[in-house]
Every structure is written in C-alpha cells, then in structure tokens.
Design a protein around this ligand. Sequence first.
Ligand code: ADP
Ligand code: MG
Length: 275
Amino acid sequence: MSQAVVHALEVSELSKTYGVGDRAVAAIDNLTFDVEPGEFLCIVGPSGCGKTTLLKCLSGLLRPTSGAAYLEGRLIDKSPDGLALVFQEYSRSLLPWMTVGANVRLPLLGQRVRKQERKSRAAEALAAVGLTGFEDKHPWQLSGGMQQRVAIARALAYQPHLLLMDEPFASVDAQTRADLEDLVLDVHARFGITVVFVTHDIDESVYLADRVIVLTHRPTTVKEIVNVPLTRPRDQIETKELPEFMEIRGRVIRLIKGTDDVPAGVAAAYEEVGE
Ligand code: ADP
Ligand code: MG
C-alpha cells in the first residue's frame, strides 16, 4: 500500500454559501489547493471575493457548505489544535484590560501547559517580535504596529503548526508594514511554521510567498497559482529590484485585473498598484 502524502493543509472542493433562497450569497465556489509543511502561501483576490470567509472555514469558525479542509490530514470541523489566526483588526483581538504578557499567555490557558512554561513561551514570543520589556504594559499604551506585534507574539506563543493571517498589516503605516513583513518572514524561517497569508497588496504577496494563489471575484475559485522562486532571505530593497520579482508581480497584477473576471470597480481599486 502506498503511503499517502500528508499536506500541512488540504482544501478539497470547498464551497461556502451564506443564507438560503433569494438571500443566498455564494462566497466560495469549489476551491481546491494544498499547502506543504513549512510553505509560505499568500492568497490575493478582489475585495469581497471570499478570502476572510475562506480563513474562517480553515480555522473551523465557519462550516463549509460542501467540501472540506484538512489540517495535517485531519478534518477541520471545529477549531483545530495547532492552528493560530491573526486578524486585521488587532485592536479588537487584544483584551485592553489585560497586560501584554497576559494577552500573549491567554491561548495557553486552555492547554495543558504549566505556568512556568506559559511564562517562558510568552517571553520568547515577545522577544521574537522585539517587545521584550513590554510585558506589563497594556495594549492601549502601544502604537498600532506594536499591538499587531503583540497579536503575532500571541500566535507564536501558541506554537502553531499552521498560522493563518487575514490582511494583518492593512491598517499600519508603510514603514511599520515593511518591518512587520520582515518579522513574519523571520519567524517563519526560525520556527518552520506553515503560513497562509491573505493580503490585497500584490507586492506584499510576492515579497513574502513561496506561492501566490490568485482568486477570482465572488463566488471565488482559484484563478491561478503563481510560483515565487525568489531566494531567501529576502530584502525589502534588493528583492524588489530583481527582474524576476517585477516579472512575477506584473503577472499577478495582470491576473487580478483580467477583464473577464474582475468587475470594473474592483479593477480600479487595483490601479494604484498597477503600472
Ligand atoms: P473578502 O475577505 O475577500 O473581502 P469576505 O469573505 O469577507 O470577502 O466576503 C465574501 C462575500 O460574502 C461578500 O460578498 C460578503 O458580503 C459576503 N459575506 C461575508 N460574511 C457574510 C455573512 N455573515 N452573511 C452573508 N454574507 C456574508
Ligand atoms: Mg476580508
């Protein structure tokens, strides 16, 4: 008997429709792709196409209408062990009355992790995001970029096999965004985590990814999967100056702007990143 390959994540003919009858909204249509262990996969697609819906299905928060997803071969039907999710809206995901340290340790409380290990894991995670010494601060005392680093530290302290990130840097300024991109690349390399990263920023997707999945407009399905064989470690200036980077970036932009698939308004929203 041949040994079946166990993917880090397997998405198999997954569809999701909200509501029924006249009010039904088809968000995802028959999506199939795999993610390999340690891979950095980016997902791009038009606004409203179903990216957040997909991550909710992958994290067990929403049940697919049909099809399924598997984490390391196990069906995802409720919030699975070994998976962490970082949202765009960090201000709503951190608890304001708890310290930074307590926020980072929170997901470990439900696990069988001793107090001493909870503390050391939180300290290690905060060190990884450059926030040593901020344990006793409260989230509201920190800048937006620092709060998002706390949210990333919380995900790291949990030691996930799979890290899902939903447009995590959409609401920070450009310089902070570049720093956070490099931070995520660094922890991806150091901890060997598999990452699925949703973004609407094409440069960001190519800079981070091993592969970029380009989704169609709603109900979304895979339009194309683009390989990004750029060497690592990557560099914000040098990598982005490579002819290969520009070629891949152009390809992804053209896929997204493809007139037959993208409504005019959505294509216009991508003009800013176009040529
Ligand atoms: P994206 O993250 O790509 O912007 P979403 O996954 O948030 O897109 O939404 C995909 C589509 O599903 C949108 O048309 C949105 O309006 C719709 N949608 C999202 N959540 C719900 C819901 N709870 N009920 C009904 N429709 C929803
Ligand atoms: Mg979204």
